[in-house]
Design a protein around this ligand. Sequence first.
Ligand SMILES: Nc1ncnc2c1ncn2[C@@H]1O[C@H](COP(=O)(O)OP(=O)(O)OP(=O)(O)O)[C@@H](O)[C@H]1O
Length: 319
Amino acid sequence: MTGSSPSDPVVLDRVTKRYGGFTAVDGLSFRVAQGEIYGFLGPNGAGKTTTLRMLLDIVKPSAGSISILGSSSAIDVRRRIGYLPEERGLYRKMKAIDSIAYFAQLRGLSAGAAKRRASELLEEFGLEKFARSKNEALSKGMAQKVQLLATIAHEPELLILDEPFSGLDPINQQTLETLIADQRRNGRTIIFSTHVMQHAERLCDRFLILAHGQKRFDGTLENAREIYGHRLHVRSAAPAAAFESLPGVVAVRLEKAGGEENLYEVELAENADPQAFLQQVVGAGIAISRFEQAGATLHDIFVSLAGDDASEAIAEAAE
Ligand SMILES: Nc1ncnc2c1ncn2[C@@H]1O[C@H](COP(=O)(O)OP(=O)(O)OP(=O)(O)O)[C@@H](O)[C@H]1O
């Protein structure tokens, strides 16, 4: 786990956001370290966007404190932040190159420098042909790329991207993954939210899983696998009850019923040792033809930690 430091660019301490009687974010604390990619995962309505908006001081927390780049308000340090909001929007009649330059100027670049930077970025991302096209003439994916370039044009040290992959085709998703990884290589800190576990799995140093406004997990994939690692796959002709009665077993689920043998997922208590479980099985005379620790993917972990509405969120994201 990354050690926390007083200079961490983002620190949330028991942050809550209430809308009337409804709590959208509930006592949330986490830190993002300098130079890491931090993923925000959670089903629809989990509180991701609300948290990102509080970070940016677009909405005020009802309780708790936020520190961003050493300030209590993102407004004071806005030139050092790049933000891609969930709701996309470029001025329809503006040209792509001018849109990027416009945002860069708002964030402190001179008119000349902003235009040069916009032109370089369009070329780097293969959009130079569209530099003088009006935004309304761009495809949805291209417009999103232009907006992303507008987000990074002023070379912010902290990037906050709300669902940056949504609406992009697989090739452009790959381009965006490369862009995010390159930004980190250049020392930037990146926070992004997503429903698509594969992006988070490939990119994130650490991630946060939110559900119903509450933190369900904060750490690395390895940390999550340690929690999830006490699940075993066992193939056997014996009934589930044979395993349920063994010491250290919390639950046995039938994964797949077979003609002669079934595949079970066995969940062990946190302090139980899988090898000791195997010895118990052998000692009890139960025949098994397969025994392995479940190699959990982020998808499995997400569904397990975020609850029932999580699988629905993933299914929607895959559509
Ligand atoms: N201005 C508001 N007034 C009332 N409720 C709100 C407001 N903004 C957000 N909410 C509620 O807060 C909850 C969290 O919303 P939020 O947009 O943060 O979730 P999310 O995790 O970003 O979801 P999604 O993945 O669907 O974008 C939702 O139930 C939403 O309806």
